[in-house]
Write a protein of this length. Structure first.
Ligand SMILES: [Zn+2]
Length: 328
């Protein structure tokens, strides 16, 4: 091999060296790399490499730490959300419960509740006559009155028995005491119990009503309501029975009925009508007319008569509340 060939071979070998280009990139290494000795470097080169490795290690550690922080943040955010999702399920269950529905449906303004008691119904048909039976007359009148109070907009009418309890002859009798308690449960401020009178003589007629007797906390306001009623029925032309159409009734020792006129202020221990005895507000039991008297039936117990009576009750209720009745 000639010298020239030898140089050419060395040149080829030198050309294939892997690192000279890197070595030349560092100014500190300028002149430090000797031709043909690429595996040997200066102390500075090794120090620089160590620093670079340390730097890369630190960068990797930093990236790992940042990733760990991100994962921790995501876990901390998601865990409470998941807990809320599972916790929300039982909270949603009571949505259909009555208490929740009641809270949602609570009216903005509480109207005074007026309880209307159709005095008979179910197996208890009441008095009979040429027109409606007592259960039918009281049911019709009570509903006409409820419609008037509803249309007025200043009252919340409440019927103490359902249509089924009134019209189904197989339905058990709802005791007067229970009807009074139903009215109380509704927060009634006034209770009107509607009845029809009867007598063995078809000539007996007229209007009377029964107030809560003296000695009861609701006596005075009950008597005031009774006066409102007798004024209306009297103005219609009905004869007011007894002294002035207002009476008190008591059940004696043998369950006999004891009648007292409105001027009797004696306090008796005997119980009165159940619906008045158990009433927790001013209440009156009204004997609308005699179902056994044809003139009374025509005036206050046929279809028109029930509407007429309902109007008188409505006006009396307005009067008791010191309100003007709606004229429409
Ligand atoms: Zn009756």
């Amino acid at each position: 091999m000639s010298r020239q060939e030898s140089m050419s071979q060395a040149s080829k070998i030198q050309y294939r060296r892997p690192q000279p280009a890197q070595a030349r990139r560092s100014p500190n290494m300028a002149g430090a790399v000797r031709a043909g000795r690429d595996t040997r470097h200066s102390r500075d080169w090794y120090a620089l490499r160590r620093r670079r490795r340390r730097a890369r290690r630190l960068v990797r550690l930093g990236i790992l730490a940042a990733l760990a922080c991100v994962v921790a943040a995501v876990v901390l955010f998601l865990v409470p959300c998941v807990e809320r999702i599972f916790a929300a399920e039982p909270e949603q269950l009571p949505v259909d419960e009555p208490a929740t529905a009641k809270a949602v449906a609570a009216p903005a303004e509480q109207l005074p509740v007026v309880a209307i008691d159709p005095g008979h119904g179910g197996v208890d048909r009441g008095s009979e006559g040429p027109g409606f039976g007592e259960y039918e007359m009281t049911w019709r009148t009570a509903n006409e009155l409820a419609d008037l109070l509803e249309a007025d907009g200043r009252f919340s009418p409440y019927l103490t028995i359902t249509e089924e309890e009134s019209q189904n002859p197989d339905c058990a009798r709802i005791k007067p005491s229970e009807r009074a308690q139903r009215a109380a449960a509704q927060g009634a401020q006034l209770l009107l119990s509607i009845h029809g009178n009867s007598d063995s003589s078809t000539g007996t007629s007229g209007y009377e009503c029964y107030a809560i007797p003296p000695g009861d906390a609701n006596h005075e306001e009950s008597l005031r309501f009774a006066r409102c009623l007798t004024e209306g029925f009297g103005n219609l032309g009905q004869r007011l029975r007894g002294l002035d159409g207002v009476r008190y009734l008591y059940y004696g020792d043998d369950n006999e009925k004891l009648l007292y006129e409105s001027d009797d202020t004696t306090v008796h221990d005997d119980p009165t009508f159940g619906v008045l005895e158990y009433a927790q507000c001013p209440a009156v039991l009204s004997e609308q007319c005699f179902l056994t008297n044809s003139a009374d039936v025509d005036l206050l117990a046929d279809e028109d008569g029930c509407q007429r009576a309902a109007r008188l009750y409505y006006e009396a209720i307005c009067s008791w509340f010191n309100l003007e009745p709606d004229q429409s």
